[in-house]
Design a protein around this ligand. Structure first.
Ligand SMILES: [Cu+2]
Length: 307
């Protein structure tokens, strides 16, 4: 109210005295024009407001949720946004009241009041209520992320300088996933995000992700699934997601890990169950780990050191 009144008064006096820098355009028309420009900008950004599984030009918001956890993350974010906006607006109104009504000109003899018990109780209790209202959904979300439901599939992810390895322990195979360099990109492949071998998972299934690092700390993050987990050498962290939409979902290493940190993207292809089974049987042959050769090779290299 005060802000609007101030604005109107300034506009009116400026119009009267002819000192209006913006020309003869009345204040209300100027406000309307500004609102219109904002409206047009918002409408044009509408299509690019958020992307599914990948960033989009002029994106203003999270990538669209493709898992229940990400939906919860987005909902909690918007709940907090309203709380923050309300608190900021309230503080702004208080400040404006102080500036306008209690400046030395408007209020030459200030009151000597130093304490007001009801107000002091209020400004202690109200913030406590606000914090409690934030804590409840916050902890609920934390537990949803931490408590892993019964998994349908386990994938072990290893961060390496500078690519990812995906291991499917139930099927005994592992493969590396490297970024496609810009010069080798095929039409439709995304720059800095496309990889040679994607991680493939079935839709609507709980995927248990084990995350570790082989050399330095990396971080496995896929925005649309709402997951971000540090890949620490010598330690196995765990997280989970349940993709509810088919498609390819991209992520990036989210821990500064060296010179090619920006060039180790994550690509997760979510497919239906029959496609997944087809991929799985192909992958088992393509990436099979030769367990019989490993001990012999190890023994051969270790032997000279023992002698
Ligand atoms: Cu990394």
């Amino acid at each position: 109210m005060y802000l609007i009144r101030l604005f109107c008064l300034r506009g009116a006096s400026a119009a009267r005295t002819g000192h209006d820098r913006g020309g003869s355009m009345p204040v209300l028309s100027r406000l309307r024009a500004t609102a219109l420009i904002f409206g047009i900008l918002l409408a044009s950004a509408g299509a690019a407001w958020a992307g599914m599984g990948q960033p989009t030009p002029w994106q203003m918001d999270f990538q669209d949720a493709a898992s229940p956890v990400m939906q919860d993350v987005a909902d909690f974010h918007f709940f907090l946004l309203w709380v923050i906006a309300a608190i900021s607006a309230f503080v702004l109104v208080l400040l404006l009241i102080c500036i306008v009504r209690f400046n030395s000109r408007a209020n030459p003899t200030p009151s000597r009041t130093t304490h007001n018990t009801p107000i002091e109780i209020l400004w202690t209790i109200v913030p406590v209520i606000i914090l409690a209202a934030i804590a409840v959904p916050s902890f609920r979300l934390l537990f949803v992320q931490l408590e892993i439901p019964k998994p349908d599939l386990t994938v072990k992810v290893t961060g390496k300088q500078w690519f990812w390895s995906y291991s499917y322990p139930d099927s005994n195979f592992e493969f590396d996933s490297l970024m496609v360099p810009e010069k080798d990109l095929k039409p439709g492949q995304l720059r800095l995000l496309a990889v040679d071998n994607e991680m493939v998972v079935p839709v609507n299934k709980v995927v248990h992700v084990l995350v570790t690092g082989a050399d330095v700390i990396h971080s496995f993050a896929v925005t649309s699934f709402g997951i971000r987990m540090d890949a620490v050498p010598g330690r196995v962290n765990e997280t989970w997601f349940k993709a509810t939409t088919e498609g390819v979902f991209y992520g990036q290493c989210s821990e500064l890990c060296g010179k090619d940190h920006s060039f180790m993207p994550i690509a997760v292809r979510v497919v239906n169950e029959s496609e997944f089974n087809k991929w799985l049987s192909g992958a088992k042959q393509k990436y099979a780990i030769d367990t019989s050769a490993a001990p012999r090779a190890l023994a051969a290299t270790a032997a000279p050191a023992i002698q």
